[in-house]
Design a protein around this ligand. Structure first.
Ligand code: FAD
Length: 466
């Protein structure tokens, strides 16, 4: 990076907010995938105008720019594959206003998901999407990835809560998409288009979000199965019960034993665990859980229990939310996948996933957990990337997951984590050349010089290049 560019960046955001120190650049070189790329410089703007000036400078000089929140991406989406400028948005972390009459909260992109909910709790409201990474993920990163999580089954994904966005285009121009109203059809829905754009179309600098009143209560049940298929069938049957739970999570045998140990839970040996939760007013939540419990019990769980108080509920959720962290302690490399299948295909998907290690010479292990109620599974591969046989087995496993599980069962290669780097070879298989051409056209309109987050599968597919 030429020194006059570094000097210009320092003038825009302040010298103390520009960094070329290799140690710090190293810290920004990874997310939760096995990939690693290094930026030339990190900038930490505090205002929209700063982001805009950085983008203008980068555009004039054709320098790649990579927006980044907390770097928890499970796709490689914030990684600076072509070097250049990494914009760290975590200094822009203020909640700017809460309008209780219009049920709208306005914030900067670096606000952490759990901090937002802590703030809203005092008013009796919350933002429902609940990724397992909620204690670190930023709202900007969640908008960019259209993140979902444990409550998507009932409350949808991040984009379902976003009313408007202030965003900086690659040219440096500042736009304001959407409106304060709950309904508007006056233009193409650019807000929804930007949600899930993985930092390839614009940098969000302010976010207007609608919120939901907190439910009066939660009712939570845990079911243990000694047969994986029956657990899968229980999910399908419970989903067509007429009741929509607010969470329906799945953990397989390896995940259960690992997380139970991590969360200090004592659980009997079993093949699968379902965590099902209903919410709302006391009588309704209780009745709904009773209906679901009745259905799941017909699938002969080995054991089941209902959380008796908030402490028991929390323990179950700590176990579920720490699944990935717990598994990460078991091997040098831990890579979480994210396929999504139609609900009726869950049992078959689980069966095919469990067979993968055997199909790739038992060089890797797989642990599966996920938001099974909406068909979104996270098979997580445990291996050692330094051993070439294991690395090869991992890439073979990826092909099986995408070609023979996700796409073969009519699903999607990613339910909530995004394409980034890890899924770029498969995005065209899912969308076909005509849809890909439309997506590339959209990218060219927003970013004709391809400076924003270049090298990624969305929208360029396997090459990552126009
Ligand atoms: C343990 C663990 C559990 C997880 N659980 C879930 C889960 O349950 N559900 C789920 O959906 N995901 C989950 N994830 C994935 C990840 O946490 C989410 O994608 C998260 O929303 C990313 O937020 P972040 O702040 O870390 O963004 P980053 O990883 O920093 O960036 C993600 C993407 O957003 C872009 N970006 C960031 N900020 C902006 C901005 N202001 N403007 C434009 N683009 C921006 C980046 O360029 C990148 O493309 C999990 C990850 C981990 C490690």
């Amino acid at each position: 990076m030429k020194s006059h560019i570094i000097n210009r960046l320092a003038k825009i955001v302040g010298e103390e907010n520009v960094c070329t120190d290799p140690a710090e650049i190293f810290c920004y070189s990874r997310d939760s995938t096995p990939f690693q790329y290094f930026a030339d410089v990190i900038v930490r703007p505090a205002k929209t105008t700063g982001v805009s000036e950085v983008m203008k400078l980068a555009n004039e000089n054709r320098i790649p720019v990579y927006p980044r929140g907390s770097g928890t991406s499970a796709a490689g989406s914030p990684l600076p594959v072509k070097g250049g400028i990494l914009i760290d948005l975590t200094r822009m972390n203020q909640i700017l206003s809460f309008d209780e009459e219009n049920l709208q909260v306005v914030m900067e992109p670096g606000v952490i998901c759990d901090d937002l909910n802590e703030f809203l709790k005092d008013y009796g409201y919350y933002f429902p999407p609940d990724p397992a990474s909620s204690s670190v993920a930023t709202i900007g990163g969640m908008v960019a990835n259209n993140s979902a999580g444990n409550r998507a089954i009932k409350y949808g994904k991040t984009k379902d809560w976003i009313l408007w966005l202030e965003a900086v285009l690659p040219s440096g121009e500042i736009i304001h998409t959407g409106s304060d109203t709950l309904k508007s059809v006056s233009g193409y829905d650019l807000t929804k288009l930007l949600c899930g754009s993985e930092g390839t179309l614009a940098v969000f600098t302010k976010i207007g979000m609608r919120v939901q009143p907190l439910p009066e209560t939660y009712k939570t049940a845990m079911f243990l199965f000694d047969d994986l298929n029956r657990a899968g069938e229980a999910i399908v049957k419970a989903r067509s019960s007429g009741v929509v739970p607010c969470a329906m999570e799945f953990l397989d045998k390896l995940t259960i034993s690992t997380t139970a140990d991590y969360a200090g839970l004592t659980l009997p040996d079993c093949e699968a665990l379902l965590l099902i939760e209903t919410d709302g007013i006391e009588a309704a939540a209780e009745k709904e859980l009773k209906i679901i419990t009745g259905i799941v019990k017909k699938m002969s769980p080995k054991e089941w229990k209902i959380a008796q108080d908030e402490e028991e509920r929390n323990t179950l959720w700590v176990a579920r939310k720490s699944a990935y962290a717990a598994l990460a302690r078991c091997s040098i490399t831990t890579t979480m996948e994210d396929l999504s299948v139609p609900i009726s295909k869950i049992p078959e998907a689980l069966k095919r996933i469990q067979k993968i290690p055997e199909r790739v010479g038992n060089q890797i292990r797989v642990a599966t957990f996920g938001h099974a109620g909406d068909g979104n599974l996270h098979p997580t591969f445990l291996y050692d990337e330094r051993i070439s046989e294991q690395q090869e087995a991992f890439y073979k496993a990826l092909n099986i997951i995408y070609d023979e599980v996700a796409l073969a069962l009519g699903g999607s290669i990613t339910g909530e984590h995004g394409v980034g780097i890890i899924r770029k070879d498969f995005v065209e298989k899912e969308h076909g050349s005509v849809e890909m051409a439309l997506m590339k056209g959209i990218k060219r309109v927003f970013d004709p010089s391809n400076i924003l987050n270049p090298g990624k599968g969305k929208p360029w597919g396997s090459t990552g290049e126009p």
